[in-house]
Design a protein around this ligand. Structure first.
Ligand code: NAP
Length: 483
């Protein structure tokens, strides 16, 4: 089955920070793929803006190089690339200065969808919003896209929300969490709410516990000084892991609309119980034969910042009372993998010998390979009596849908196209972000008040032993981290 491509309306997309790493590595290669798939109308334009004093030709050369480097196989389509580049312009602009705004105002059209991507440090959001408004470039229907980190605590997140709210309504603000743009995350909602099979089991009567793992093999080298002020809790848990937790735990929304979905996610965050200090483990990687330690990477020999967190959370509502949600994330772990596992309770009574250990598990894999499988127990084929095995039932049905033709859309591409369509379902609302900080702030403040020292762990391991104990004490174990 060939993926259906629905063209979007004509648009002008201005990328502030258009010369930066994110624009070159993700945003523009993603837009190029959408262009090749026929989703970007020929009348649409992308306008890069940053301080670098280059002209549009210089910018096109920069973007061509970036697409050739980061664009994957499709970037070899040189005719397509030249045609795509013809739709790109550049304006030198300092977010804090006055130059360039008049030129930008002349370029951006009023009769097409207008989107402004703030791919710059959050400290510039206020300057950009104010100038877009003052120079009458943005209108009441323009959309703005903002990147993580959205604050570093509740207070700073509130300030960012307030500064944006001076010039834009909530319905115009698209806060990106690229985990929500993944195909499988949307498939998770389709599986949950599009079938009669799962929802009746999706509660504390049938679910034993849920594990969410986001493991990386890379360290913080290269961005150590930024990361050292942040840590895994701010960098990963407050946004990505909590968003995944919300999607797994939320009640069915009345319809698949932006506010309906986000209202339900917000209720989950508000129902999270405060976390007990002994239900959370912080870790920091040590040096090893294949790389430096966290402290060396961060160039801070006394750093107490965590590069790993594991925790046990509880959601205080009827559906989830008594069901632990185990979350973990870390750098320099054994393999790069992100997955959610819904582990169902063992059978109350089995008529088969030796089946006590087997539990159904719904595993949602986000990376490196996206997919969903359900571990079910079946009879091992062949003679020799009733021997049972656990096998994964592949629920991505790539073959049934003709996987060779189904396009794998990158999270950024999908989200940018959602901005152009005006669909906020997969973006975080301001109150969600604030509620998430409201839950993580006391945890971080507790560490700071006690001057908590993270446990060390070896690079290439599954994290500190204490994280294993977190489940072991409950008679459970983490799923293996494997790529
Ligand atoms: P970056 O490589 O440092 O790029 C920053 C961009 O901002 C450059 O284009 C820079 O260009 C421009 N800029 C800086 N000061 C400016 C000013 N006063 N006026 C106008 N433009 C200015 O950063 P990045 O990695 O692309 O990240 C951009 C944002 O996305 C950050 O908020 C970051 O946290 C977030 N983010 C990045 C990634 C990623 O993978 N890179 C992932 C998630 C989130 P000039 O120097 O030419 O002005």
């Amino acid at each position: 089955m060939v993926a259906r491509v629905i063209p979007v309306e004509d648009f002008d997309l201005v990328i502030f920070g258009g010369t930066g790493d994110l624009a070159r590595r993700k945003i523009l290669p993603g837009l190029f793929r959408r262009y090749l798939s026929g989703q970007m109308p020929v009348e649409s334009r992308i306008i890069g803006a940053a301080r670098s004093d280059i002209d549009s030709d210089g910018y096109r050369t920069m973007i061509k190089e970036a697409i050739l480097e980061f664009g994957g196989e499709e970037s070899q389509d040189s005719n397509g690339l030249d045609a795509f580049l013809a739709q790109i312009e550049y304006v030198p602009i300092d977010a804090k200065g006055e130059g360039g705004w008049v030129e930008l105002a002349e370029l951006v059209r009023n009769d097409v969808v207008q989107a402004f991507y703030f791919s710059v440090a959050p400290s510039l959001f206020g300057d950009l919003a104010e100038r877009l408004h003052r120079h009458k470039i943005a209108s009441a229907t323009s959309r703005i896209v903002v990147e993580k980190p959205f604050g570093r605590d509740l207070e700073s997140a509130r300030k960012l929300n307030d500064v944006l709210a001076l010039h834009f309504d909530e319905g115009q603000i698209y806060r990106i969490d690229h985990y929500l743009g993944k195909e499988t995350v949307q498939n998770l909602m389709a599986v949950r709410f599009g079938n009669v099979l799962f929802e009746p089991l999706w509660n504390n009567h049938y679910v034993d516990h849920i594990q969410i793992t986001v493991a990386e093999t890379v360290g913080v080298g290269g961005r150590g000084s930024y990361y050292d002020k942040s840590g895994a809790m701010r960098d990963m848990v407050q946004n990505h892991l909590m968003q995944l937790l919300c999607l797994i735990a939320m009640e069915p929304p009345s319809q698949f609309g932006a506010d309906e979905v986000r209202d339900e996610k917000l209720k989950v965050i508000r129902a999270l119980e405060p976390i007990m200090p002994h239900h959370i483990v912080r870790g920091q990687y040590e040096n090893s034969a294949n790389g430096p330690s966290y402290r060396e990477d961060a160039e801070n020999p006394r750093s107490h910042t965590e590069s790993f967190v594991a925790m046990k959370c509880h959601i205080s509502n009827w559906r989830w009372s008594g069901v632990p949600f185990y979350l973990r994330t870390g750098k320099r772990l054994k393999a790069r993998t992100s997955e959610i596992a819904v582990v169902f309770k063992p059978l109350g009574h089995s008529i088969f010998e030796g089946q006590e250990e087997q539990q159904n598990i719904l595993a949602i894999h986000l990376q490196p390979n996206e997919g969903i499988d359900l571990q079910v127990t079946i009879k091992e084929p062949g003679p020799g009596g009733m021997r049972l095995v656990n096998v994964p039932l592949d629920m991505t049905f790539a073959e049934a849908l003709g996987d060779s033709d189904v396009e794998v859309t990158d999270a950024y591409e999908r989200l940018i196209m959602d901005v152009i369509r005006g669909n906020q379902t997969l973006f975080m609302r301001g109150d969600e972000v604030e509620a998430a900080w409201g839950w993580t702030d006391p945890i971080i403040e507790g560490w700071e008040a006690r001057n908590d020292v993270p446990k060390t762990y070896s690079a290439g391991s599954s994290g500190p032993d204490d994280a294993l104990m977190l489940l072991h004490r409950d008679g459970r174990k983490w799923r293996e981290i494997k790529g």
